[in-house]
Design a protein around this ligand. Structure first.
Ligand code: AMP
Length: 328
């Protein structure tokens, strides 16, 4: 990938709601995100991009950075290209939680079928990610909002032990952990405010086909909210109070859906942290922001589109999506 990105111009002047660290005079992250950082090779029916920036925390932090000061927790190897780090810095992401370990960065490669819905993994090389133990710098431990991306539930629990009473914790997971670490996953789900997963994972986790029944079973494990992602069909928010349905922003064309779920969750958590609220109405509004941020992200590979985006474009598209969903 070329790095002639049109970097977001407004970043330096963006007024983000934030606490100040009196010792360093630095803005403390209001949102902390933990997850994978990958160097991806992605093939679609039209294009192939080799060794581009990816990983759940990379997409999620990029999306959240439009809304609040966001701290990244992840690991890269000594081979990690400095231009990727520079891109995150340009986006205003706090990198004090980024670890660099001797060795190679996590590599992942996938190929999309003609319909762009189905994806096959060609290669997963864990490299330094295999020994990843998330450690939060002191400046992250009071952050009110926490998003634990898709990593081993044991590591998600390890992060929860380090934070001081966060206001809202979102966790993501995948079929791998449902299959091999179910008990630990149930434990971490019991400690979070919201669980997000896709529809097939919700069915796998609960053993029931109906998404309503699956959501009910997941809510009974402890979280106040369950957010089921349905790709281009949108998402469903379940709580004790009811169900909220949001369709994805309709796009005429897109290039690469990799990381869309992470971008969605990152945008949602960023918006929620900006609102400073955690009630159901605020979550619904934040879903709108997450959804449009993800729709921008898939228009290009890697973080290319997000790097060229500004908040005005996000707000304009959010208003469009809102008017598409409303009857009155
Ligand atoms: P998604 O499209 O939501 O599945 O996210 C894709 C991103 O997840 C890619 O950028 C990969 O670098 C990263 N990824 C792929 N496999 C894994 C894995 N086993 N653990 C963590 N991250 C992964």
């Amino acid at each position: 990938m070329k790095f002639g990105f049109a970097f977001r111009k407004s970043l330096g002047s963006r007024a983000l709601p934030a606490a100040i660290d009196p010792m360093k005079n630095a803005i403390l992250p209001q949102l902390v995100i933990v997850g994978s950082i990958g160097i991806d090779t992605i093939e679609t029916p039209r294009e192939k991009h080799v060794e581009i920036l990816g990983g759940s925390v990379s997409y999620a932090c990029a999306a959240a950075s439009f809304f609040v000061k966001t701290g990244m927790v992840g690991v890269v190897g000594t081979d990690f290209p400095p231009e990727h780090r520079a891109l995150w810095e340009k986006m205003g992401i706090d990198l004090s939680g980024l670890q660099t370990e001797e060795g190679k960065t996590f590599r992942w490669s996938g190929v999309y079928e003609e319909n762009m819905d189905n994806r096959r993994t060609l290669l997963t090389e864990l490299n330094v990610f295999e020994r990843f133990t998330p450690e939060l710098p002191e400046s992250y431990r009071n952050a009110p909002y926490l998003f634990l991306g898709n990593i081993a539930p044991e590591l998600q629990l390890h992060v929860l032990e380090q934070v001081h009473s966060p206001k809202f914790v979102l966790i993501d997971t995948m079929d791998l952990w449902i299959n091999i670490a179910r008990d630990k996953l149930v434990e971490v789900v019991g400690k979070c405010d919201m669980l997000t997963l896709n529809e097939s994972e919700a069915r796998l986790f609960t053993g029931v086909h109906s998404l309503t029944d699956a959501a009910e079973a997941l809510l009974s494990m402890g979280p106040k909210f369950v957010l089921i992602k349905k790709g281009a069909s949108g998402s469903m928010l379940f709580s004790k109070e009811g169900v909220f349905l949001l369709h994805a922003f309709p796009l005429a064309d897109f290039k690469d859906p990799t990381g869309a779920g992470d971008t969605f969750a990152g945008g949602l958590m960023g918006a929620l942290a900006e609102f400073g609220k955690t009630d159901e109405k605020s979550i619904r509004r934040a879903m709108l922001y997450g959804s449009v941020t993800a729709a921008f992200g898939v228009e290009e590979f890697s973080l290319e589109r997000l790097a060229a985006l500004d908040r005005k474009q996000i707000d304009a598209r959010s208003n469009m999506l809102k008017s598409m969903c409303c009857i009155d």
